[in-house]
Design a protein around this ligand. Structure first.
Ligand SMILES: Cc1ncc(COP(=O)(O)O)c(C=O)c1O
Length: 347
């Protein structure tokens, strides 16, 4: 079979990291109580790991995918007339096929951003709707950490948003599909990015950083988590062989595996940035905070490079493409990409 180059399309194009694959294999022994019930020690142990990293007062639920984590986390705490405020570019808003609106019934109020981050000043205009019966009622501010434009919110920025949310009877949801890459980029713990700065509910991802599948919903207030098990089941996200999600998370959160994988992905993105900056024909306009590089490439050569290393076009107008590095990206991959680019630009 022809060996394909690794792609830079997305970090979920990579495989499963070896440590997690071993954990899956080990979990494949004997019988274990289904649905993550009391005697499923894999689920118990994984939840303990979450508590070690985020604090004891959390409630954790495993689901299959990130869209479900976002949709269930938010719809569980919203009435249908309450709205989510998010960046226009948010995955919830642009890449979940209307699932939040369909399942939760809630409208998303979008904010245009330059760098994927929302600021309190941009939320203020929506406050005029509060108490006005003709308008949806803003109730959740949802941010992505890392953002869909490759940037990272600092703990201080998150605290600014949670304080703002709480002072207006709103909640802060974080889409942490890439929270590991953000934590590594900032050199902070998960706790410093969430518990300590007032996040109310988090979708924590693993698939993009070495898991086979499995995401989680973490509530930082037990009252918000009340009855979530019914929301998850009704939302068709209760995995019957739960141990296979739990065992992956257990290993992922042990001996800093999450950190090791994210460090590699982020380091490779910086290396990629450095090698692309040597080409005067390219333009990297965004800051490379985590594991994604956004670069404008002359449009006529994009299909030719894609034949060697696939990636997605992010903005047709500016010919900006997104190059994602993952836990298994190597220096060889970066050099190979730069070589292919060089040859194409020379001919
Ligand atoms: C920011 C963000 N959130 C959530 C997701 C979850 O996606 P999925 O439902 O494919 O697991 C993704 C995947 O691309 C993402 O990039």
């Amino acid at each position: 079979m022809k060996k394909l180059n690794k792609s830079f399309a997305s970090d979920n194009w990579s495989g499963v990291c070896p440590e997690v694959m071993i954990a899956l294999q080990q979990a494949n022994a004997g019988h274990v109580e289904a649905y993550g019930e009391e005697n499923d020690f894999y689920t118990r142990d994984a939840i303990k790991k979450f508590k070690t990293l985020f604090g004891d007062d959390i409630s954790v639920f495993f689901v299959y995918n990130g869209t479900a984590a976002n949709v269930l986390a938010t719809s569980h705490v919203l009435r249908s007339y309450q709205a989510i405020v998010s960046a226009k570019s948010a995955h919830m808003n642009e890449d979940e096929c209307g699932a939040p609106e369909n399942f939760g019934g809630s409208k998303i109020l979008e904010i245009e951003t330059e760098d994927g981050k929302i600021r309190t000043g941009q939320i203020e205009p929506f406050l005029h709707s509060i108490g006005f019966q003709h308008h949806v009622q803003p109730r959740i501010i949802s941010i992505s950490e890392v953002t869909e434009k490759g940037t990272v919110y600092t703990p201080g920025e998150i605290k600014g948003l949670t304080d703002f949310a709480h002072s207006h009877n709103m909640l802060l949801h974080m889409d942490g599909a890439r929270i590991s890459n953000a934590a590594v980029a900032l050199g902070v713990t998960f706790r410093e990015l969430t518990t300590d700065v007032g996040v109310d509910v988090l979708s924590l991802g693993g698939t993009k950083n070495g898991l086979m599948f499995g995401e989680s919903v973490v509530f930082f207030d037990k009252n918000l988590a009340k009855d979530f098990e019914y929301t998850r089941k009704q939302g068709m996200q209760l995995h019957s062989k739960m141990r296979f999600i739990s065992a992956q998370f257990d290993r992922y959160l042990t001996r800093d595996l999450w950190k090791k994988n994210a460090q590699t992905a982020n380091r490779m993105a910086r290396l990629l940035e450095k090698s692309l900056r040597l080409f005067p024909q390219l333009n990297i306009a965004r800051s490379v905070d985590a594991n994604g590089v956004f670069v404008s490439i002359p449009p006529e050569i994009i299909p030719r490079i894609q034949q060697h290393y696939f990636f997605h076009i992010w903005d047709e107008n500016t010919s900006e493409v997104r190059l994602m590095c993952s836990w298994d990206t190597t220096e060889e991959d970066i050099n190979g990409f730069a070589e292919a680019l060089k040859k194409i630009l020379q001919h």
